[in-house]
Write a protein that binds this ligand. Structure first.
Ligand code: ATP
Ligand code: MG
Length: 222
């Protein structure tokens, strides 16, 4: 049995778009014929668990650690692997505690969502350092960008400030990300108005492809 790919979506800062990004990437993987699964590690909010409960279709599957009375992520990964899951997305809480450190340790890739404001870019230092300390591959994606050009500008600031690559796609602030979450869907499944749907779908597809390319790359940790 081959080990599943584990993607940890991490930020020490709250509200940056971790859960929104995590569920959309898990849906992208499912539509790419992967047996994808989500593990909701934000036990206080359970955004991903609530989203999954609103769904009418699977995958992505949900790996419910509370149902297993488990606090150890590796238990959840073992269950997911035994059920044939090969793409597992860990939606982390907004801190750098032991659960997040464990998630990073289990991950093949650490994705750090970061909105384009100065204070968000500044706060990304802690997440970047934690990823480096644990020694995992990772990268940033600029999220919730409202003003045209600001996302790209923040991407350049992240690239020059930290030793991690930045996804060549900016996730913009679009109502479809919120509406699809409300319906228990990803933007690749949900249809809003044509122009926004197309825009959001392109963003998530490009992010999903970029992560696949990064993990295929045999480069050193950056
Ligand atoms: N691209 C986007 N466009 C519009 N709204 C967004 C986008 N991404 C996230 N949001 C909104 O921003 C808020 C925070 O998003 P989300 O819950 O995904 O962040 P989070 O990092 O998981 O938060 P927490 O740290 O509390 O777990 C939510 O209201 C969500 O709907
Ligand atoms: Mg969240």
């Amino acid at each position: 049995m081959t080990a599943p790919f584990v993607l940890a979506v991490v930020s020490l800062k709250g509200g940056v778009g971790k859960s929104t990004t995590a569920v959309n990437l898990a849906v992208a993987a499912a539509l790419d014929d992967r047996q994808s699964a989500l593990m909701d590690l934000n036990w206080n909010q359970q955004t991903t668990t609530h989203w999954w409960n609103r769904r009418t279709t699977t995958p992505p599957h949900l790996v419910d650690l509370s149902a297993m009375s488990a606090t150890d992520i590796t238990t959840g990964l073992d269950v997911a692997r035994a059920n044939g899951c090969d793409y597992i997305v860990l939606d982390c809480p907004p801190d750098g505690g032991s659960v997040v450190e464990q998630a990073i340790t289990c991950a093949n890739f650490v994705l750090i969502p970061c909105p384009p404001s100065f204070i968000d870019v500044e706060a990304a230092a802690g997440t970047s350092q934690l990823t480096a300390r644990v020694g995992r591959k990772g990268g940033f994606v600029v999220t919730k960008s409202r003003v045209q050009g600001r996302g790209e500008e923040a991407g350049r600031a992240l690239a020059s400030s930290y030793k991690l690559p930045v996804a060549p796609v900016v996730i913009t602030e679009l109502i479809i990300y919120q509406d699809s979450m409300a319906m228990g869907q990803g933007v690749l499944e949900y249809s809003g108005d044509a122009a926004t749907t197309h825009k959001a779908r392109k963003q998530i597809s490009r992010l999903y492809d970029w992560i696949n390319q990064r993990i295929a790359k045999k480069d050193a940790l950056t």
